[in-house]
Design a protein around this ligand. Sequence first.
Ligand SMILES: [Zn+2]
Length: 420
Amino acid sequence: MRNKIIAFLLFGLSLLISVPNSSAAEFPLINISGNSHSQPFDTLKSSLKYISTNFENASQLDWETDSMGIVNVSLIYDHERVSPNRANGHWHFKLEADSGSEITIILKNFENVWNGIKGVPVSEKTNCLISKDGKNWSVIPADFISGNRLKFTVPMKSDQMYVASVEPYRISDLDKLLTEIRGKPQVEIMKVGNTAEGRPLEIIRIGNPDAIFSVFLRARAHSWEPGGNWVVQGLIRTLLGKESAHFLRRYCVYIMPMTNKDGVARGRTRFNTNGKDLNREWDRPADRILTPEKYAFESWLEMMISKGKKPQIAIDLHNDQGGNIHVNLPSEINSQYVSNMKRIETLLYKHTWFTEGPSHVKNPGSFGEGLAKRYGIDAFVYELNYEWIAGLNKAPMGKDWELLGKQLAEVFYLYFDKKD
Ligand SMILES: [Zn+2]
């Protein structure tokens, strides 16, 4: 009996081996399930082998290839706790396909809900970025098509190509920066708490802790918005570069470089791992359990205030489609705040590539309003446009945002020169 089974298996194997190297088009898909939904191989006109998301900051997605060979990618929404709000906007994945071929992709699920209102985070101005190695990126055009979808074609310059919405800045990039600056005389890297998933949260000091003037910057409260990370990297390197003494004799900088680390690690769009928006509810003390990222910052800030070291300015760095600075308290009661914001705005026009101007839309509970009201700090949100930098007339890349960081060093220097 055993010999019969072996003979049968060998016969079956010989049939498989005897199949010539014919193209897949000649063979229908073997219907292993016995149902009637088998599909011939020849419908797979794309050379795509796989979409990989097994690396840090890769986005969550689902995909299927249609009969034309177009790869339809469904991004997975990021949802807010106790809220109708949901967000997509981050895409970051790796195509594995024949080198020399082209893969056409359609991305969908951009029907976001933001502050309870529907909004679409892509437009005719949206581009897409591609890279062979995940480090050196270039821009390719994208078409905004019906159904709020985005269509683009990726030239496979290798058998694997990374695709992303904006130039990624990952936790490993931050770790490299921290290694680069750790131990320098003007640097202190303080661990101020942990994210909801236990990742360490840092605040970096650059400069003399006894300086009269200081600035606080927060980056990456929303995990898909890497612009702020590039800005603070450019700022930090400038403050530690050849003009270090010039800047640091006048002011000190404190930076929380990556607030929503869990979201960055998991490739999420906006909310922290508990479904909370880290740029909301700043009109009240942070929830220690649901938003430990905010709690860590507030505890540090209150410690600094108790030591008489309250920063004069606080800036929360974000990405959006507007590129404005958000001056959230335009009222006569806050005349000093308003005039200080005007002063910052004027310096930004003069010494950086910023041209987009202020927005006076009220956003209760945002970082800018909350810090100004609760702590009396001149705080505002700076939204870096992720589609286009008007002042440079180009789609933004990491180095453009690093340049802004470099230019901010001079803005702060002049801001704190009260005689200027
Ligand atoms: Zn944001």
